[in-house]
Design a protein around this ligand. Structure first.
Ligand SMILES: [Zn+2]
Length: 74
């Protein structure tokens, strides 16, 4: 999406595992339309399977969800 997320640090999972930095595809449904975000940075705990996202990523997803223009073109 052309965003520079910089260095991504997730720290430690509550289960004491350590989050691994990886990039995933995220599918969102915005007003009935599927929006796919690729290469979304995600922290994944290999021990318990917990997933976390950076605040910037969550903000971006939230703003996409709020973006009515995605489906309302009239
Ligand atoms: Zn964990």
């Amino acid at each position: 999406m052309g965003i520079d997320y910089g260095r991504v640090e997730y720290g430690r999972c509550p289960c004491t595992g350590r989050y691994e930095n990886r990039f995933v595809e995220v599918r969102l449904t915005v007003n009935g339309r599927v929006v796919v975000l690729t290469s979304v940075p995600q922290g994944a705990c290999p021990t318990c399977g917990s997933r976390v996202y950076k605040a910037e990523v969550l903000n971006r997803i939230e703003s996409l969800m709020k973006n009515e223009r995605f489906s309302k073109r009239t």
